[in-house]
Design a protein around this ligand. Structure first.
Ligand SMILES: [Zn+2]
Length: 410
């Protein structure tokens, strides 16, 4: 594409990439994962960035869940603007709890669609197919998930025959391989398609199971380290960030600290008087049992909201309760896509609805999860030194990844 072009997306200006740009979103990447992998000698590439690149700590958007943050990163803006405030919400028009993975809920265009329209070659590879449609919305380029890499077609995904080209078997949706496939595909695409902009977004299967420094975690970061090294050697500018962090949500014996909000509210105010929605809920709940540190509650009327809010605020493990307008302001959310109350749990606790609605049998290891402000800090790393000085004191966000890459590093 024309290197002198400036592309404006959602009110922000971006210079055209002067070399292939790869932005990586490592799902659930608490900064400590990289730190521990470096300390164990398993991530020499990450370690090398300290001398020649950028290492910032950025804030993700709240709820610290996958979809709101991936959409923030690829639109360069907040959920208040792009509209994806959770994986799941109560749709008042449909009068149903629905997944927010349909592009009809996305209110703005992505950087990818805008750059592709401006002539850039764009490639997006994500782990789970649930994200693919949102990330690829109106994109004239390559976009597929490793989950459904066997079903990729030129018409739907802008590329074909990807399994054979990558040379790896179709990975299981619950595996580290689902993410490895993304990086292997990234190397293949950079070598043979040479996209101007590539976005690789992994899954947090490993982080939900393994704490920073544990062998399984270090193995995973060593895998990514190797692929990033290869992408770097092929001439890519690389920015690495995360959608959210990850923390243990258990007591000293590894038992989950769960606050069953719906049960508690039903006992206090009667069944049917409130509706607890857990925006972490998605079809892939085995590794977290749909338990995260963020919930939203629908009530009937302002007085009921006040009473429910006071009740919830007194529960042990609850960090904060916010009325709708305040939550929308503080957490940059679209008020009509959240309930009358937003509830955030403390670092070691998660919020559930009713105990009977959570299947915890899939939790084979102590629960690790996210969603709260305790998982807001994420890495923002790059393999290039800044061309212009980075503004002192700036609050960097994970959705500044493309701003950093295109406006400061080249
Ligand atoms: Zn995630």
């Amino acid at each position: 594409m024309n290197p002198d072009l400036v592309v404006t997306v959602n009110g922000r200006h971006y210079r055209a990439p002067r070399q292939p740009l790869v932005v990586v979103c490592i799902d659930g990447c608490e900064p400590e994962y990289i730190n521990q992998a470096i300390a164990a000698g398993r991530a020499p590439y990450f370690a090398s960035l300290r001398k020649r690149g950028v290492c910032l700590t950025a804030d993700c958007v709240i709820p610290s869940f996958t979809n709101p943050n991936n959409l923030s990163i690829v639109t360069g803006t907040t959920p208040a603007v792009h509209g994806i405030c959770g994986n799941y919400f109560w749709d008042p028009d449909a009068r149903a709890e629905v997944m927010m993975n349909d592009p009809k809920y996305l209110r703005v265009g992505t950087l990818f669609a805008a750059f592709a329209d401006a002539g850039a070659k764009v490639a997006v590879v994500t782990a789970k197919d649930k994200l693919r449609e949102l990330l690829g919305h109106r994109l004239k380029g390559i976009c597929f998930s490793s989950e459904k890499a066997d079903q990729v077609t030129l018409a739907a995904n802008g590329i074909e025959n990807i399994l054979a080209r990558v040379g790896l078997p179709l990975p299981s949706v619950y595996s580290a391989s689902l993410s490895e496939f993304i990086f292997a595909a990234g190397v293949e695409l950079l070598a043979h398609e040479r996209p101007d902009i590539m976005y690789l977004s992994t899954t947090d299967y490993v982080q939900h199971k393994a704490a920073p420094g544990i062998d399984a975690a270090n193995d995973f970061y060593a895998m990514m380290d190797g692929y990033l090294q290869r992408l770097d050697a092929m001439g890519a500018a690389i920015v690495v960030t995360a959608d959210h962090g990850m923390n243990a949500k258990t007591d000293a014996f590894g038992r989950p600290n769960v606050i069953y909000l719906q049960d508690s509210l039903d006992a206090a105010f009667g069944e049917g008087s409130t509706r607890v929605i857990l925006p972490i809920t998605d079809p892939y709940v085995v590794h977290h049992g749909a338990l995260g540190s963020f919930a939203t509650v629908y009530t009937i009327g302002a007085e009921a909201a006040r009473a429910a809010g006071a009740h919830i605020a007194a529960l042990r493990g609850v960090l904060s309760v916010h009325p709708r307008a305040e939550a929308a302001r503080q957490f940059e959310l679209a008020p009509e896509r959240i309930g009358d109350l937003v509830v955030v749990a403390e670092r070691l606790s998660v919020l559930g609805s009713s105990a009977s609605r959570h299947d915890l049998s899939g939790l084979t290891v102590p629960l690790r999860s996210h969603g709260g402000v305790s998982e807001q800090q994420v890495p923002l790393l790059a393999n290039r030194a800044p061309r212009v000085e980075l503004p002192a004191g700036r609050r960097w966000r994970n959705f500044d990844a493309f701003d950093l890459a295109l406006n400061y590093l080249q």
